[in-house]
Design a protein around this ligand. Structure first.
Ligand SMILES: C[S@@+](CC[C@H](N)C(=O)[O-])C[C@H]1O[C@@H](n2cnc3c(N)ncnc32)[C@H](O)[C@@H]1O
Length: 268
C-alpha cells in the first residue's frame, strides 16, 4: 500500500472511527485520481472530485465540481472521510470548501487535509521562488523577476525567458495559490465545524517525506511537529458534529491543539 493510502487508512480508523471495509471516502481535489484507484484496490469505497479533472476517460468514481456554483456533486451526509492532499494552498474559496465538505460529511465524519503551510521554507513548492507563500496575496513583480533572471524555473518553465517566467508566475500566484495562515484556517474551521485539530504526530509518524523520516529518528517530537506545521507540511482535521443545535455546533472547540488526536476521537 502507498504511504498516502496508508495515511488515509489510518485517518479512517483513528479519526473517523470507521471500518475501512465499509467507509465511504472522498478525495477532494483528486487530480489524476491515483489515490482513489489505490484505495479502491484495497477495498475502500473511494471517490474523487476536482474542479479541473485530470483522470482518464469517464469513470463513475470521479466527478467534476461545476463552477462558478461550487457545489460538491454528492448528497448531504454521504462520506465518513473527506481527504485532501495539496489542495488547500490552491483552493481560493476556503470558506465555501469547508462548508461543502461539512455538508457532504456524515454526522461524526471527519475531514483531513495536508498542505504546505503559509510559512513554508525554503521556497514556494510549485514555482521555487522563496517567500512567495509568505508574501501571498502580494507578489511583487521585481521579486519574481529577480529569481527568474537568476535562472529559477520549475519543471514546466524550462527554456522560457525571464519575462515569460515572470508572467507565468504572476498568473499562477493570482489564480492558483491561496496561502492562508494556520490561525485563519483554525478560526474558519471552528466557525464552520465547531472544532479543529492539528494531528502532526499522526501525520509525521506515518508519512513518507523527509520530515517524517527525521521525526521518526529524533527524540524532539514537539519542536519538529511545530516546525513541520508552520514551515513544511501541515495537517488539519475537522469533525462534523454528530448533532447540531440549529446552526451552533455542540462539539466544543477546545481541542484545537497539535496533540488533539485523543480528543478528536472522543469529543466531549
Ligand atoms: C497540486 S494538485 C493535487 C492533486 C492531488 N490531490 C495529488 O495529491 O496528486 C491540486 C488539485 O486541487 C484542485 N483544486 C484546486 N482548487 C480546488 C477547489 N476549490 N476544490 C477542489 N479542488 C481544487 C486542482 O484542480 C488540482 O487538481
Amino acid at each position: 500500500m502507498s504511504a498516502e493510502a496508508n495515511l488515509v487508512f489510518g485517518a479512517i480508523l483513528d479519526f473517523a472511527g470507521a471500518d475501512p471495509a465499509t467507509a465511504r471516502v472522498l478525495d477532494l481535489g483528486c487530480g489524476q485520481g491515483d489515490l482513489v484507484k489505490a484505495l479502491c484496490a484495497t477495498g475502500v469505497d473511494a471517490y474523487g472530485c476536482d474542479v479541473s479533472p485530470r483522470w482518464n476517460g469517464s469513470n463513475p468514481r470521479f466527478k467534476q465540481i461545476q463552477l462558478p456554483e461550487y457545489r460538491l456533486p454528492y448528497k448531504d451526509n454521504s462520506f465518513d472521510l473527506v481527504y485532501s492532499m495539496s489542495v488547500l494552498e490552491h483552493a481560493q474559496n476556503t470558506r465555501e470548501c469547508f462548508c461543502e465538505i461539512k455538508r457532504v460529511l456524515k454526522p461524526g465524519g471527519v475531514s483531513f487535509h495536508m498542505f504546505p503551510g503559509k510559512w513554508y521554507l525554503p521556497v514556494e513548492p510549485h514555482i521555487y521562488v522563496p517567500f512567495v507563500n509568505m508574501l501571498w496575496p502580494r507578489q511583487p513583480r521585481w521579486w519574481l523577476a529577480l529569481w527568474a533572471i537568476i535562472g529559477v524555473r520549475n519543471e514546466y518553465q524550462q527554456g522560457l525567458g525571464w519575462r515569460e517566467t515572470v508572467a507565468a508566475n504572476q498568473r499562477f500566484c493570482e489564480t492558483s495559490l491561496c496561502y492562508r495562515a494556520n490561525s485563519y484556517l483554525r478560526d474558519l474551521s471552528i466557525e464552520v465545524f465547531g472544532n479543529c485539530g492539528w494531528p502532526m504526530d499522526f501525520f509525521l509518524s506515518k508519512g513518507s517525506g523527509g520530515m517524517s523520516r527525521i521525526y521518526r529518528k529524533l527524540p524532539l517530537k514537539r519542536p519538529m511537529a511545530w516546525i513541520s506545521r508552520h514551515n513544511r507540511m501541515a495537517c488539519l482535521v475537522q469533525r462534523k458534529p454528530a448533532q447540531e443545535i440549529g446552526a451552533v455546533a455542540i462539539t466544543p472547540p477546545e481541542f484545537a491543539s497539535t496533540y488533539s488526536l485523543a480528543r478528536l476521537r472522543n469529543p466531549a
